[in-house]
Every structure is written in C-alpha cells, then in structure tokens.
Design a protein around this ligand. Structure first.
Ligand code: LLP
Length: 418
C-alpha cells in the first residue's frame, strides 16, 4: 500500500492533503502515515507467523517516541545502539525483555542501564567488550545474556558506508575467531550465551547476501553445539532495502520463506532488526520552494528543507523521489524545467535532488518521498537551523508528534566566558 497518493491533484498522506498539513504545521515538516507504519510491521511479521520470532525495530532509523510507541503496541521489540535509545524505548512503553543492544562501543554505564532494565540480549561485538560486560554484570550481581555479532564476510552489495559485514568493517567479531570467543564466553561467570547475531548492511536489495550470511551463521551454530553450547536464538539483523526509485528489494514474504527454509527443523527463535523497511516509505519530508534561480548552467529550486533536515543525499548521494504536492492543471503555463533541488545551507553538497523535471513556482510545496528512515534521525542543527516538525496522520487526524524546534533552544545550553 502506498499511503501517499494523489487525490484531486493534491498529494495526500492517507486522506489528508499535504497542503493542509503545511498550512497547519509549516514547513519543513516530516509527515508519517500510521497506516503505512502499521502495515509494514504487520507484513514483515506475517512471514514468520507460526515460528518463534521477534521483530526488533532498529531505533536508529527513526527514534520518534510516537513511532516507537506504535510499534511497541503492535508487539515489536527494539534494536538499540546507545543508552539514549534505551531510554527512548522505555519512555515510549517498549518492553525491555524485547530489546537487543547492538553497537561496537558500549560504555560501562550503558551496560549497567541495560542490565538494570533487564534487556533480552547484548549483541557483543568484540572480545574486549565481552570481558567488560562480564565485569560490569559481576559488579551488579547479574548475568548478562549475550549473542556474539559475527562478521560473516559477505558482500551486501550496497553503498560502502552502509555495508557492515565485510572483513574490513569495524563491526562484529571475525567469523574465524567466533568459536574461540564463544568458548571464552562460556567460561565467564556472569555471561550467559543465548544466541548468534549478524547484520551485514543496509538497503540490501538482493536476497542472496542474507542467505549466504545465514548459511555461515548456521555452520557456527552447529560447531557451537558440538562444543556443548546450545543456541536459543539467531539474530539475522536488519538491512532489507526499500524502493526509492526503481530498486526491487526482496518482498517480505519471499525473504521470510527463504530464511525459514534455511533454518529447517532447528528449534531456534529468529530475531530480526529491520529499520528502513518498516519506516522508510511511511514518511515524507514536506518542503516549500522559497526561490527559483536560473543561471547559465542550471535551474535551482531553493527550498526550505536542507541537508541538515535530510542528510542522505549529501552523505551517500542517495536518491529520493521529489513530487509536487499540487499537480498543475493542463492549461497551466508554468514551464517544466530540469531543476537542482537545493537547500539554504552554505555548502554545495546541500542538495536534495539533482536534475528533477518539475514545473515549479515560488511558494510551491514539494514532498521528498521515502524519507521516513534515517531522515529526522540524522537531522542536525547545522547553520543553526531548528529541526523540522514531525506529524503523524492517523485516519484523517493529524498529530503533531514533535513541534519544530525553537531557535532560542538551540543555544540555550551554551555560555560565554565570564
Ligand atoms: N541492526 C544493526 C546492528 C544496524 O547497524 C542497523 C543499521 C540495523 C539493524 C537496521 O538496518 P536497516 O534495516 O535500517 O537497513 N544512515 C544510513 C543507514 C545506516 C544503517 C546503520 N545500521 C542511510 O541513511 O542509508
């Protein structure tokens, strides 16, 4: 289902015109569809009905409390990578017993908070981290449930910045070292081995890297069993891509069937950490054209959203479709030109889209599509720009889930020297 559709020449979020949302909440503004979020979660989970599984939404992709709360109500667990994300999940009503904690640099304080909360599992990414976790847990008189994140050395065939399962990445423990680190873990008094974890990258649009990685994980699970270590769950990570333009990522159903088939008769729980696939296409960034500027080389549409609001184009050269909120009527004379869609930030890298054919006038509204994942979560205050408002549409009702930041707040914590 696409929850952002044209209706009477106006792009809608569910059944609310994006022009109405801009009028009420201003721009730039992130707009999410509750129906699209819900459907994505339900579709992802549907493939695993009848088998023991846990879907842990990757909080980093969109940490909005309203979104976390929605997923928590739908039964989701959460994949966190910091004490901050732990606090968010708990504040949003997430169940600590469904939290997995990933990340290469967990501090002792973060470990303590997670042990206190009683999380489901630590995804440990190095031998040193294991030693530290054992010590922290011992000091607290607790036993830490762990999986080792193994690096299966599989090419996820995605952008190098978001590929994580190759030998030269900082993530996980080398596949060859995993068995010996598991044996060390087994001998630690305050560590309980629960699972094996792997996550090979993001925006993966082919099935084969997931299956190759799972093959390697299953070989490890069998080797561990031969050493008397029984694994209760396999965490297959996240990474399923979405369609930004013409990509054809594996359908959830196909992914689920293939992963289940690989598992065969093994009695282990499957854990997943999808982020983008659950939120990416459920959100847009609404922006207004401030100025049109025609130079000898290019036509620029300068909009009120910028790289600080949506960093993906600047950082990864990522493509996001850009649609006019209001389609021009047939007899409209506004020329269709090829535009650079750029923001007001003082960098040439501040673009949201290159070479877009659009008929634009100043004051027009544009929707930057597929902005629900890694949009607001990577937004910054660069150029002292307040971060955008966030709105969630729920069956005709618009909820302001985060107001636009106020400029005074941006430097409220700062001090000049006496
Ligand atoms: N699990 C772990 C351990 C991860 O590191 C990630 C993402 C996920 C799960 C979720 O991956 P997803 O299902 O969303 O692909 N900022 C980049 C993406 C960075 C992904 C980082 N890790 C972007 O905008 O494309």
């Amino acid at each position: 289902m696409n929850s952002f559709t044209l209706n009477n020449n106006i792009l809608h979020a569910e059944n609310v015109g994006l022009n109405q949302i801009a009028l009420e909440f201003g721009t730039p503004c992130y707009v999410y569809s509750k129906a699209a979020l819900t459907l994505a979660f339900e579709r992802f989970s549907a493939g695993f009905i009848g088998s023991d599984h846990l879907v842990c939404f990757a909080v980093k992709s969109n940490p909005s409390l309203a979104i976390l709360n929605l997923f928590a109500k739908l039964g989701a667990g959460f994949d966190i990578v910091s004490g901050g994300e732990l606090a968010r999940v708990l504040a949003a009503g997430g169940d600590p017993k469904k939290i997995v904690f990933s990340g290469v640099g967990k501090t002792a304080v973060e470990m303590q908070a997670a042990l206190d909360a009683g999380i489901f599992c630590f995804n440990v990414e190095s031998a040193s981290e294991l030693t530290r976790l054992n010590k922290v847990a011992a000091e607290m008189g607790k036993v830490a449930p762990v999986s080792l994140r193994v690096n299966p050395n599989v090419d996820a065939k995605t952008h190098p910045y978001i590929s994580t399962g190759l030998k030269n990445n900082k993530f996980g423990v080398a596949y060859e070292d995993a068995l010996s680190i598991y044996l060390q873990a087994a001998a630690m008094s305050n560590i309980a081995i629960h699972g094996v974890d792997c996550h090979i990258g993001s925006q993966i649009t082919e099935l084969s890297p997931f299956l190759d990685a799972l093959d390697r994980v299953l070989l490890l699970v069998d080797a561990l069993q031969q050493h008397g270590i029984e694994i209760q769950h396999i965490d297959a990570g996240g990474g399923i891509g979405i369609c930004y333009s013409n990509e054809t990522p594996p359908e959830f159903k196909v992914y689920a069937e293939a992963m289940r088939a690989k598992l065969g008769e093994r009695k282990v729980r499957l854990v997943f950490e999808p982020g983008r696939a659950l939120v990416g296409n459920a959100g847009v960034l609404l922006t207004k054209v401030e100025y049109l500027k025609h130079t000898e080389a290019k036509n620029f549409a300068i909009v009120d959203a910028a790289m600080n609001d949506l960093m993906r184009p600047a950082l990864y050269d990522a493509y996001h479709d850009i649609k006019a909120v209001q389609t021009r009527l047939k007899d409209d004379v506004t020329p269709t030109l090829t535009y650079e869609i750029v923001g007001p930030v003082c960098e040439s890298g501040d673009f949201l889209g290159h070479d877009r054919n659009l008929a634009l006038a100043e004051g027009d509204l544009l929707a930057i599509m597929s902005a629900g994942a890694y949009g607001m979560s990577m937004a910054s205050n660069y150029n002292t720009r307040p971060r955008a408002a966030e709105v969630m549409v729920d069956d005709g009702v618009c909820h302001l889930i985060r107001p636009r930041e106020v400029i005074a707040d941006l430097f409220a914590l700062e001090k000049v020297l006496p």
